[in-house]
Structures are given as structure tokens and as C-alpha cells.
Design a binder for this molecule. Structure first.
Ligand SMILES: Cc1cc2nc3c(=O)[nH]c(=O)nc-3n(C[C@H](O)[C@H](O)[C@H](O)COP(=O)(O)O)c2cc1C
Length: 365
């Protein structure tokens, strides 16, 4: 069977493969542009997207907002007319401004999770940009779609379901993850069923894309058979020459075994999946000790300078054990051992650095 195209309104991707947004600095213009050129959908992560710019440490917010357009323009030069967009986390500092900047830059799509993107339709307005919430349960899908229909009389252009095998922050509590591994397929079917009611109500098609643990063609066929229109894949693209991360970041994947990938705690309040290193060991040993400290506490990773990554209400500087931005930056600025290296459950399957084209050839043959 040949893979079907992925149609999102008037956009058509040759292959039903979205490359998941990976912050900080893992999916920028080079990876996203190359994926789009190969016929997938390339997604840049807006998380500290301007971290390589000169003024970043002094003016992170302004620099990031500016870098959204610079990075998208560079990706377009590579993409050969392919589809490009952004992943914007709801938990981001000045989420509204970040979304508006991606729309102004000319994003084809926005995928938004790490929170419920309740006001995303309002922020995008009548722009051509297609929008997708990321959900991990039928409950979240219900809340978002009901709210969008009621408040904005519109629905999602597509929906990304993220399961428990994904990398980065998960939409499950740590003690729900194991159960979710067993029940996710049923949940996917329930979500697709629920979305059908909105397809009827709005007389439209809402493609559903599954993310988390998708590695090979067998996985893609599995989710298409469940009723999905496509998949979102992230970890596999880390093992490509075009992935924007530095070589020492990719090396950690080459060396990792299955037993090196675990859930870790994050200041965002969600579990995150990452490769074990000095940092994760320090965190798991250090968080309890940190909590037991008298104020003023000494964070495990310094909080200064504050790079304004999270909404203020999500980052209490008096109680947060480490700075998530500094930890993620460590991993892409050659302080890899003290960096947070997000990975899906399949991270250990990266055994060589290949090319995006080779990955697409393998998936689409
Ligand atoms: C290194 C890394 C960074 C990620 N960063 C983000 C992010 O900034 N925002 C987000 O919504 N998801 C993020 N994710 C999740 C991916 O977009 C994707 O949905 C998920 O990892 C898919 O599972 P897979 O990696 O098994 O293919 C990240 C994943 C990884 C591996």
C-alpha cells in the first residue's frame, strides 16, 4: 500500500508525516525545511528559538519573537514549497505574542500543546494558518473543541494526539503513563469518534495525527488502520544530519540503551522523558533534598539570568528546583552531561546519523 497524502484544508502534504516540534534548538530551520522538502510537514519549535542570536541573553523575549520569522524564512529557502509551521507551547511566556508572531511570519500550521490552547482561534483570527491542539485524552479533546465551537464558532483544522511514548513533556501524570501504554489505542479510537461529531457539525474534515513512539512503516500503518490520517514523529529525526542539534547531543542517542531512557520531573509540573545523564541523576537525587532546604533555596541549576520561558504563574522562582530553559540549553550548548536531553521511548534505536531523505525513503517505500 502506498502512503496516502495528508490533506489539511487546502494544504496537501505528499506524505502523512509531520515532524514534531523539538525545543530548544532541535527542530529549527534546517530540519523542518528538509522534512518539508521531502513531502512531510516541517515543524520548528518556538521554545527559545532565538537562543543562537547575539542579543538573546539580554533580551530573550524580543529576540525570540524576531527569530520566528528569520528561522521560518530560512526554512522556506530549503523547503521547496513544502508545508512549514510551528509548535507553540501554551505554557510559554507571552504565548499570545508568540502565536501572533508565527502567524505574522506566515506559518502554514500551528500545533499547540503543553496546556489547553483555549484561545488559539482568536489569536490566529482569519489568517490562512491552520491550527491543531495536541491532546492526550478524549477528555482534553472534548474541552478544547467544545470551547472553540461555542466561543469562536469554529473547529480544529487537524488534531494531534500525543501518546505516552513521546519525548519531551507528556500530557499524563507520571503514575498514569504505564496504564496509558496499554490503553492508548482505545483512547485514539474514542478521540477520532468524538472528532467526527465536529466534522459533521462544521461539514469539514478534521485529520487526526498520532504522535509518540512512531518509528517505522509498521507503526505508521498501525495508526492509519486505527483511523488516523497521519503521524507525527520527532525522536527518529534526531538521528539525521539535518537535525539542528549539535553532534554531541546526537552522540548521546547513539550511545543510549533502552535502559537509559526514563521519566524525569520538570518544573513545568509534567513528567518529561529524557536520556539519563549526570543532570537527570542530580535531579532525581536532588529534588527531595532541594524541597527540604530552608528558604532561600539554592536551585539545582541556577535560575539567572531568567530567560522568560514559562508563564509567570507556572514558574515560582522561590520554589522551582531548576531552570528548564537553562537545562535544555545545556544540552545543545555542549554542556551535554548537565543538560536535559529529551527523548521518546525509541531514542535508543538511533544507531547511526543518517539523512532526512533516507528516513523518508525507508518510511515511504
Ligand atoms: C528532544 C525533544 C524535544 C521536544 N520538544 C517539544 C516541544 O518543544 N514542544 C512540544 O509540544 N513537544 C515537544 N516534543 C514532543 C514531540 O514534538 C513529539 O510529539 C513526540 O516526541 C513524538 O514522539 P516520538 O519522539 O516518539 O516520535 C519534543 C520531543 C523531543 C524528543
Amino acid at each position: 500500500m502506498t502512503l496516502p497524502e495528508l490533506k489539511i484544508g487546502n494544504l496537501t502534504a505528499k506524505y502523512p508525516i509531520i515532524q514534531g516540534g523539538m525545543g530548544i534548538g532541535i527542530s529549527l530551520h534546517r530540519l523542518a525545511g528538509t522534512v518539508a522538502a521531502q513531502g512531510g510537514i516541517g515543524i520548528l519549535s518556538t521554545a527559545q528559538i532565538g537562543f543562537q542570536e547575539e542579543n538573546f541573553k539580554r533580551a530573550s523575549v524580543r529576540t525570540n519573537l524576531k527569530a520566528i520569522k528569520t528561522q521560518l524564512d530560512k526554512a522556506r529557502e530549503i523547503a521547496n514549497g513544502g508545508i512549514l509551521g510551528f509548535n507553540v507551547m501554551v505554557a510559554s511566556f507571552r504565548y499570545e505574542d508568540v502565536v501572533k508572531a508565527t502567524v505574522a511570519a506566515g506559518a502554514d500550521v500551528i500545533i499547540s500543546g503543553a496546556g489547553l490552547p483555549m484561545n488559539l482561534p482568536e489569536l490566529v483570527g482569519n489568517a490562512k494558518t491552520k491550527i491543531a491542539p495536541i491532546v492526550s485524552s478524549v477528555k482534553a479533546a472534548k474541552i478544547i473543541l467544545r470551547n472553540w465551537a461555542k466561543k469562536y464558532d469554529r473547529t480544529a483544522d487537524f488534531v494531534v494526539i500525543e501518546g505516552p511514548k513521546a519525548g519531551g513533556h507528556l500530557g499524563f501524570k507520571a503514575d498514569q503513563v504505564e496504564d496509558a501504554m496499554q490503553t492508548m489505542d482505545d483512547e485514539v479510537i474514542k478521540i477520532i469518534d468524538h472528532i467526527k461529531t465536529y466534522e459533521e457539525k462544521f461539514q469539514t474534515t478534521i485529520p487526526v495525527v498520532f504522535a509518540g513512539g512512531v518509528w517505522d512503516r509498521g507503526d505508521i500503518d498501525h495508526y492509519l488502520a486505527l483511523g488516523c490520517a497521519g503521524v507525527q514523529m520527532a525522536t527518529r529525526f534526531i538521528g539525521t544530519a539535518e537535525c539542528d542539534a549539535p553532534d554531541d547531543f546526537k552522540d548521546r542517542f547513539l550511545k543510549a540503551t533502552k535502559d537509559d531512557i526514563h521519566l524525569t520531573t520538570s518544573p513545568v509540573g509534567l513528567p518529561g522523558r529524557a536520556i539519563d545523564n549526570t543532570f537527570t541523576k542530580t535531579i532525581s537525587a536532588g529534588v527531595d533534598a532541594y524541597k527540604a532546604q530552608e528558604a532561600p533555596k539554592t536551585p539545582i541549576i541556577p535560575l539567572d539570568p531568567c530567560l522568560n520561558c514559562l508563564q509567570n504563574k507556572l514558574c515560582d522562582r522561590k520554589t522551582i528546583p531548576y531552570c528548564i530553559s537553562q537545562a535544555l540549553l545545556n544540552s545543545v550548548e555542549h554542556r551535554t552531561e548537565m543538560g536535559l536531553i529529551f527523548s521518546g521511548t525509541n531514542g535508543y534505536r538511533i544507531n547511526e546519523i543518517t539523512t532526512v531523505k533516507a528516513v523518508f525513503d525507508d518510511l515511504t517505500a
